[in-house]
Design a protein around this ligand. Sequence first.
Ligand code: ASP
Ligand code: MG
Length: 689
Amino acid sequence: MYRVLKFGGSSVASATAMSRVLDIVHAERAKGKVILVSSAISGCTDTLLGFAAGQTDGGALEQRHLAIVRRLFTGAEREAVSQEIHALFRQMEAAPPEEKVTFGELLSTRILYHQLAFDGVRAIWLDSRRLVVRDDGQETYRRIREAVDTEADVFVAPGFICQDREGRVSTLGRGGSDFSAALYGAAVGADSLQIWTDVPGIMTANPKEVPAARTIPRLSYGAALDLAEHGAKVLYAPTVAPAMEAGLDIEIRNTFDPEGRRTVISSAADTTPWIGVTADGGTLRIVGSPLSDVSAGEAQALSALREVGIAAMEIRPEGSDVIVEVRPGVRVLALQALHRAFFQTPRREDLVLFIAGTGAVGKALLELVGRSGEAVAKTSGKRLRIEGLANSRYYGIDPGGHPIPSEEGDYVRAVIDAAPEGALFVDCTDSETLWTRYRELLEAGIGIISSNRRSFAIPYTDYAAIHTAARENGAVLRYETTVGAALPILGTMAGGAAGCDEIQSIEAVVSCTLNQILSSYSGEGASLSALVRRAQEEGLTEADPRMDLGGRDALRKLLILARVAGIPLEESDVTVEPAVPLCDGPLEQFYASLSAFEKEFAAKVREASGRGGRLRFVASVDKAPGTRLGYRASIRLQEVPLSHPAYFLEGTENAIIVQSTFHPYPLVIQGSGEGALQAAASILNDILR
Ligand code: ASP
Ligand code: MG
């Protein structure tokens, strides 16, 4: 039984490479007689074609061969083989131009043959120039059979070279050694035909252009031929026919990873609709099997290209393939896009979420994830998985799990135990104390996304410690939602701070409650207390509206804003003037006091409008040399003129006005500052960022 092993130019390019080849041959020899077919060493054929075209410097190529000989042989053998190489070069020089190219395979196979003989193998060198008759398969087979009918274990045959029907030395065409191997294999009825190359088999695309290309493990003769004929250089197309006629499987293997991935080409039908993508200049071909749906393929190709901004010049079916024409300049980009669409299952990163809080924001987030999860996965490549949920009474880990009463268990602990790497803890609560557990979570590598501003309006040292824990543990910590809901405020401020922007002033109109009241109070319509009551009923205020009217909520937002902007503001640095007089007693008492205050308030509003201004509740930070931080901060009702960005704010709109070195004209960020959906959207944004 015969095994035919063909090695390409890079597999025999050096002494080391040749030794590797011989190792493979020795291993195969245990399974049968080996016919070793080899290409010329890499680059040799091109150089010889150069000589034929009149270039003269043969020295370097001869030296490359002699260097290999010196590394492989010693003593008398080295001398003899060197002499032979030298003589072949002189023959090559004397040969007619069209024959020079045939010497490359003589040189490489003579070295391999001598090395085998030197190792004590019964080896015979076959002269393919006499055995292979181009375009005459039957005669070729007859001659090869006769030539191998002799006592030997390994036959060494040059690939590529042959004679034509008139008996003149010739070749089988560029890349023709593969074809030589198939002819030898078919002639002797080999039970194995192996093409050894420098890539792991036939791949879904040229790995030099598409790094994500992967090996096609099994391939039909038809599909292999289609690939080879249309740009897949790993296999010379004429190789397929003789192998197929002889029922010979072709294995494509990697010399540099002999036991690694490989392709087997056989008569078995293909089992996938799409086989690979090849390129010939700007003509790309998605090779399909009989299972392919070409019109669906055309649509898929079109959208894949559109995604990377490439307009195909033409897309058309051809048999079971789809042909795509693009400008040559974008061919690699197009190849990669097509390969991604047809051969790569999108790599989806799972984002595991543990949510705390099932109030309005938590509920909106759950709904948003449920509704948009698929779309998010498609555009961001991230699949959201909610694996834990808790409110103040119960928690559950893993959606199927039983809810556990909070008093009996500890949600944070359970999250730390269950969370996979990169998981996120989402704080949608109003808890005043949950922040004390943030460090534990961060230290366990769990990221935190929070809409809970109470967690950041804490003493600055605690605030800083949480950030340090995040940084040191490589865990994310984001809380864009805490100021202005979905408005892109904190990210913008943090970006400026990181870029060493210097703040002149920040004015923040961020109390939705007060803005709602101030923008609808005229002194003539609804009373102040009625407006506050309505805001409370609408769920706009904190549970106790005094938190808003007294400036507590605005204070939290201002602390966060300033800190993110790089100013380590503390509560004690801020002068807070409540918008209305507060009283400590029960809520009803507060409402009564509001009615008593109404007259004074109405007068203030009237006075302002008499001057063409409006009252707004403004939290601000201004540069003030000589103060503790170099900044002064206050929260109070302020009259703003028509020219002020806050003048036209309506309802729950927010505005942040920043003046800094980078923004000599103020940067104004304005828009909806409220709403459960807005908050949920902002959290989702933080999650995906
Ligand atoms: N040495 C020849 C060529 O470079 C044949 C082969 O390598 O297959 O085209
Ligand atoms: Mg080749």
